[in-house]
Ligand binder design. Structure first.
Ligand code: FAD
Length: 505
């Protein structure tokens, strides 16, 4: 288990085969696969684990219908195979879900093109799950959906997860295989020294600095990859940071049982409306992110308006407003830029979403890609780092061995989608004891999602949480107050609902 946070000094004394920078799904996947191969490996994360994009995705473990529509059959096939594997190995944390794609007369896409695409999609996954849903059945399954021109829907299946818990699950599994990880530890510089890469690391809790070294470093810092990965004054940035935001909506105001893909009336972009952890999630947007990457990404007022406009056009009687939004969540996609400057280049939604690996001086950078394909991305990165030869990489790609073993010592929910049992005391106790919680926001925004899913942000649970954090983490009154203030400020600023912008006079 992740247990007590090790000291940076103790980690710096040890010999490593590999150091991974970045504690999102990519880094966690690399740590897990490297540990599985028997390497001595350390992962460093500058904030909390999954603080970056990997707690802010659309939570879909999927092949990606858009990729197949764009002709990227290989990416779709790989992702679908990984989806099936994760459904098998993490039942409860990765769950099959029904997706409905409403069809409207005279609007793209029609029933038969969709049937052809979905037949291929299912074929690549080795299942047969798609079917046509009549208009009548659709309207009874999705009450309130705009019936104008509706001819029915295509139904198929993909999967949903909690992305942050998936990251933590990889870290826990890696820990069982000897993989070490440290949160709140930022790599500030790297240099090649003979046959080793030396990283200067700052412990952001104690302020302590230390140097750790290994023959190779894998930079898995996602949207931050250019900082450590060699984009310097003479090299163009490789990453085009694109922001996507979601709304978590009161489920009594917008109840849905299936994942709907609906088209935005303004620009025709597909947007998902889906049930997640007991609330309704709506997203995403897709736009260039020019904000400071050192701050958490947050949804703008214009994005909230855009998503509310979508809901109210698809559910004309819903009359949804900001009051119905419980919280927002924004993430930055580490998309590998097509090369041209953003203004002159492709529209954000047209950029490719697959990953890339490139080499610097003793640093292998891996960025882009998807949550779903984290294992394959990890294998590519390890091969580029010389830690996996071509044959072993091929074997690992094809291997059908289970990726995760059960956690018999943990409460059942640790290995599950939390399904509204998030305030279960035994679960919270286990998380506090075993999942490297440093701040209250780690617990309320990521390990559990109480801060996003409850209108009060978990305030009703505060007395119990205060007792548990005192008991397990040794927090006194002053520390609790400080943590509560910090959590409230972060929640309001980065996960709140920004007020509508007033039109210019
Ligand atoms: C809106 C949105 C929706 C998405 N939906 C889906 C989806 O439904 N399904 C899917 O498969 N994919 C989805 N994706 C893509 C997926 O979420 C990302 O590809 C994935 O999470 C990227 O993971 P990562 O580990 O590379 O990056 P991150 O999760 O961002 O991790 C990088 C980490 O590196 C850390 N870091 C940075 N610099 C340093 C440093 N110097 N020292 C130490 N640590 C550092 C950061 O703090 C961060 O935690 C979505 C992405 C977005 C933005």
């Amino acid at each position: 288990m992740l247990g007590q946070r090790p000291t940076l000094a103790s980690l710096a004394e040890r010999e490593w085969d590999l150091i991974v920078v970045g504690g999102g799904i990519t880094g966690a996947g690399v740590l897990l696969e490297a540990a599985r191969q028997g390497h001595k490996v350390l992962l460093l994360e500058q904030q909390d684990f999954a603080w970056g994009t990997s707690s802010r995705s659309s939570k879909m473990v999927h092949g990606g219908l858009r990729y197949i529509a764009q002709g990227d059959v290989r990416l779709t096939r790989d992702a679908l195979r990984e989806r099936e594997r994760l459904l098998r190995d993490l039942p409860g944390l990765v769950e099959r879900a029904t997706y409905l794609f409403p069809l409207r007369k005279g609007k793209f896409p029609g029933r038969w093109p969709m049937t052809a695409v979905l037949s291929l999609y299912d074929f690549l996954a080795g299942i047969r799950d798609h079917r046509f849903v009549s208009r009548r059945e659709l309207l009874s399954r999705v009450p309130g959906l705009d019936a104008t021109g509706l001819s029915g829907a295509m139904s198929y299946t993909d999967a949903l997860t909690d992305d942050c818990r998936l990251v933590i699950r990889c870290l826990l599994e890696a820990a069982r295989l000897g993989g070490e990880s440290l949160n709140y530890a930022r790599a500030t510089a790297s240099r090649r020294d003979g046959d080793r890469t030396r990283l200067t690391v700052e412990d952001r809790l104690s302020g302590e600095q230390a140097e750790v070294s290994a023959p190779v470093v894998i930079n898995a810092t996602g949207a931050w990859a250019d900082r450590l990965g060699g984009a310097g004054p003479d090299t163009a940035p490789r990453i085009r940071p694109l922001r996507g935001s979601h709304l978590f909506v009161d489920p009594t105001r917008l109840p849905v049982d299936d994942c709907l893909t609906v088209m935005h009336p303004r620009d025709g972009r597909p947007v998902f409306v889906f049930p997640w952890e007991g609330v309704t999630c709506v997203g995403t947007t897709d736009l260039d992110h020019g904000d400071d990457l050192d701050l958490e990404a947050s949804a703008s007022a214009a994005e909230v308006d855009y998503l509310l406009e979508l809901i109210n056009s698809q559910f004309p009687d819903a009359g949804l407003s900001r009051d119905d939004v419980l919280s927002t969540m924004a993430g930055v996609r580490p998309v590998i830029a097509s090369g041209k400057p953003a203004a002159a280049g492709k529209a954000p939604s047209k950029e490719r979403r697959d990953h890339a690996v490139w080499q610097g001086d003793g640093v292998v950078t891996v960025s882009g890609g998807k949550l779903t394909t984290f294992r394959l991305i990890a294998l590519d990165a390890l091969a580029a780092a010389g830690l996996l030869d071509a044959r072993a990489a091929r074997r690992a790609r094809r291997s059908n061995a289970p990726l995760f073993r059960p956690l018999p010592e943990a409460p059942l929910q640790v290995d599950q989608f939390l399904h509204g049992v998030q305030d279960d005391d035994a679960l919270i106790r286990w998380v506090l004891e075993n999942e490297a919680v440093v701040h209250l926001d780690d617990l309320l925004l990521r390990r559990t999602r109480l801060g996003l899913l409850r209108r009060d942000g978990g305030a009703a649970l505060a007395p119990r949480l205060r007792a548990l954090t005192g008991d397990i983490l040794g927090w006194d009154e002053a520390r609790w107050e400080q943590e509560w203030q910090r959590y409230q400020a972060l929640r309001e600023r980065f996960y709140g609902v920004p007020p509508a912008e007033r039109a210019a006079a």
